[in-house]
Design a protein around this ligand. Structure first.
Ligand SMILES: Nc1ncnc2c1ncn2[C@@H]1O[C@H](COP(=O)(O)OP(=O)(O)OP(=O)(O)O)[C@@H](O)[C@H]1O
Ligand SMILES: [Mg+2]
Length: 327
């Protein structure tokens, strides 16, 4: 099901017996639009609310990271975007496809054309006795795609494996195998690469190689890349980091300068990499609510459900603890 911004007349037809018309609207420069996205896992006697009203827009061609504590809903979000599982409520539109209303029969096509997955431990999905190149060609052959010989070579070059293409997979290191997996994720020209902790199982220098391969694909093909990571080193290298807390977006970290400017500076400073690269922004949701950073609340001595005083001071909003004598 492809959705475009429809002319009014068509909208009326589209919406007969359907949800209100504004639900079909989205910004076409977004590859992903999430609004008030909810996912509830129901088991026999429990319900887990994994996403509770998450809002997030991602533009075509972005390379961004998702961070958050274990259990905060990062993999759940990736699985919804990847069509592996269905959202429970809200809005999720990916590359023009409404994933709350997609028909089951359309899901396979959606997955094949829209997303490529990279997991923490991809080697288990690769075939050890085939060469790197044959592993990359396999999904293209299965999809009936012509020209796979050239494309497998191009992709392996992009991820920096031009010299290892003809080695069997079992002759490659973990990091090299992970880069083969990245080339495979790109095989059928997806719009989005979803990488769930792709550097979770490797050392720092291997993590850097994997990250560089993703960056190069993003820069050279324009594919959107979303990386879930606990690795601060990786998070520091992307332009936007979105933090999820309890199934909602809580804050964003935006790079202060461009990545290339920063690399130049690093060269000058001979590799000191711990300067503060990102600034944290708190996100105000569409109901005007915001989540205050916990350490700020602790510092002024307020907790959840406290009443606080809010003043406008010129162009600033100042938050105070309610003085005791006013309680
Ligand atoms: N298939 C499932 N059935 C039931 N509950 C689930 C399922 N998948 C995830 N959950 C629950 O949903 C919540 C979010 O899980 P999710 O895997 O998205 O977290 P995460 O942020 O990826 O965590 P981690 O960093 O540990 O990978 C957790 O409470 C988890 O237990
Ligand atoms: Mg996870």
């Amino acid at each position: 099901m492809k959705l475009r911004k429809l002319p009014d007349k068509e909208k009326d037809i589209r919406n007969i017996g359907n949800a209100p018309e504004e639900e079909l609207e989205y910004d076409p420069s977004n590859v992903i639009t999430c609004e008030n996205l909810v996912k509830i896992y129901k088991t026999k006697d429990t319900e887990v609310v994994a996403l509770q009203g998450l809002d997030l827009d991602i533009k075509y061609g972005e390379m961004m990271a998702l961070i958050g504590n274990s259990g905060s809903g990062k993999s759940t979000l990736l699985n919804m975007i990847g069509g592996l599982d269905r959202p429970s409520a809200g809005k999720l539109i990916v590359n023009g496809v409404d994933l709350l209303r997609i028909k089951q029969s359309e899901v396979t096509n959606y997955k094949k054309n829209t997303v490529g997955f990279v997991w923490q431990n991809n080697a288990r999905n690769l075939i050890p006795y085939l060469s790197a190149r044959q592993n990359v060609e396999l999904p293209m052959v299965l999809a009936g795609r012509g020209n796979y010989r050239k494309r497998s070579g191009d992709l392996l070059r992009l991820v920096g494996l031009e010299d290892r293409m003809n080695n069997r997979l079992r002759e490659l290191s973990g990091g090299e195998q992970q880069r083969v997996a990245i080339a495979i994720a790109m095989a059928n020209e997806p719009k989005i690469i979803l990488a769930d902790e792709p550097t979770g199982a490797v050392d720092t220098s291997t993590a850097t190689q994997i990250f560089k391969a993703l960056r190069k694909l993003n820069e050279e093909t324009g594919v959107t890349v979303i990386i879930v990571t606990h690795d601060r080193g990786v998070a520091k290298r992307v332009d936007r980091v979105v933090a999820i807390s309890d199934g909602k977006t809580s804050s964003e970290f935006i790079r202060k300068r461009s990545y290339s400017e920063e690399l130049e500076e690093l060269d000058r400073m001979s590799g000191v990499e711990d300067s503060d690269t990102h600034e944290e922004l708190v996100v105000i949701d569409r109901h005007g609510r915001l989540k205050l950073p916990e350490e700020y609340m602790e510092t002024i001595g307020v907790g959840n459900n406290s009443r606080i005083k809010v003043d406008l001071d010129g162009e600033k909003i100042v938050i105070y603890k309610q003085p005791e004598d006013m309680e």
